[in-house]
Design a protein. Sequence first.
Length: 479
Amino acid sequence: MNALPTSPAYSAFLAGAWTQTGRTFEVHSPAMGETIAIVADCGLDEARRAAVAAHAAFLQWRARTPWDRAPILQRWGALILQHEVRLAHGIAREMGKPVTEAKGEIRYSAALAGDFAEEAKRVFGELVPSQFADKRLLVTKRPVGPVLAITPWNFPALMIMRKAAAALAAGCTVIVKPAEQSPLTALELAQLWEEAGGPPGTLQVLPTSDPAPLAAALLDDVTVRKLTFTGSTEVGILLNRHAAATLKHVSLELGGHAPYLVFGDADVAQAARDVAASKFRNAGQTCICTNRVYVQRGIADAFEAELARVTAALRVGDPLQDVTQIGPLVDAAGLRKVEAHVADALAHGAHVLTGGRALGGLFYEPTVLSGVTDDMLIMREETFGPVAPVLRFDDEAEAIARANDTPFGLAAYVWTRDVGRVFRVSEALEYGIIGVNDPIPSTAQAPFGGTKASGLGREQGKWGLEAYLETKFTSVRLA
Ligand code: SIN
C-alpha cells in the first residue's frame, strides 16, 4: 500500500487528490501528550471545492448498479481488515482507546462495508395497483445525493463507516468532516477507499481545526442533500436547525444517559462483570455506555461489593499495550468533567467504593460511587468517563419510571432471569437500543440510534441504508 501522504503534513483528501491547504494543525496523543501528526487544515475554499466534486461524482456514482458498487465496498472492507493492527494502533495513538478494543472497532468497521454492499442489492421497488387499466404506478428508491458526515473522536473508524459505507452503497457521495482529535484514522480510511477503487470525489475527508465555518458552508450548499452527525445533543440541534434552511435529510446520533437495571433475581457476579463491561468500554467514552446503575435493594450490598472488586482489577495504562483495559480521557475538558461529576456527587452525600482519583496526565481511576441520588449532576449530564454511580430501587415500576426520567433515549440495559419481566421492562423503556442481559448489544446488522434528545433516525442494517434513499413515484400510462 502507498504511504499516506504526510509531507510536509498529512494531506486532506479532496476531489480524489491528496491536497495541502497552506494551513496546518497538530494532533496530540492523549496518553503521552506529544504531537503525533501535523494535518492539512481545511476551510471555506476546500469546503466549496469538496461540494462541487461530491456533486459531480454523485452524477456518475448513482448511475452504477449496486452490483457494480458492491465489489469496491467489499475490497474496502477487506483492506480495512488487512490493516487491522496498524489502524488499531493509530486509533490508540490519536484518541487513547486501548489497542485491544481498537482492533474490535476495526473489525466492526470492516463488517459494515461488506454488510452494506450486500444490503444495497436488496433495495426493492414496488408496483402499486391502479384503478385505471392503462396505468402502471412504479415506486422506486433513489440515493438522496451528496452527504455531509460529521463524525466524533470516540470511534474514529466505526462512526465513519456507519455513515459512509451506507451512503456509498446507496449511491450517494460523502464528505467527511472528522473530529479535530482524530483525523488520522479518517484519512487512512479514505486512502483504503482509493486503493479499493473508489472513484475520485465519492469519498472526501476534510480535516479542520475550526469545524463551525466549514460545516456552515457545506450546510448552506444546496447540492449537499443530507447531513449525518454523531455528537452532542446541543451541537446536533444547532446543525439540524442550519440544515433545515436547505431542507436537507438529517440523521442524528446524539447524547445518551444509559441506565442499567439490575433486578433482584440477577446472577450478581455476572451482572457486576456486565455492568463493568458496558460502563468502562473506551474509558466510559461511548455513547451507549452505562451512565447510571439501578440495583434492587435486596442484592444491592453484594452487587456493589462485586462491582467495586471487578472495577478495581481493571488495568489502567498505555493504550498501545495489549494488556491495557482503560486508557486516558481524550482531552483536558473530558477529564475536568469527570472530576466535576465526582466532586459534586461526593459533596452531596455519595461515597467512593473504588477509584475516585485522577492519576496524572489525562488518566482517571475507574470509579464506583455508592449512595448516589437522582438530583446529582452525574445523573443529569453524560459523564463520558470511567465512573459508575450506583442507586437502589424497590420494585419494577419504580425502576422503569426512574430509568425513563431523562431527556435522553439512546440505550438502556436490564439484568433479570424472569422472562415476563424481560418483556414488560424492555417494552416500557423509552430507548432506541435495549440490552437484556447483554452489555454490548451493538452489532453491524442491527439498527443503532435513539429516541427523544438522543437523536433522529437509525444507522446500520436495512434501516441505516434506508436513511440514504428517497422514494420516487413514476406513473406510466400505456400509449
Ligand atoms: C457508540 O456508542 O457511539 C458506539 C458504540 C457501539 O456501537 O458499540
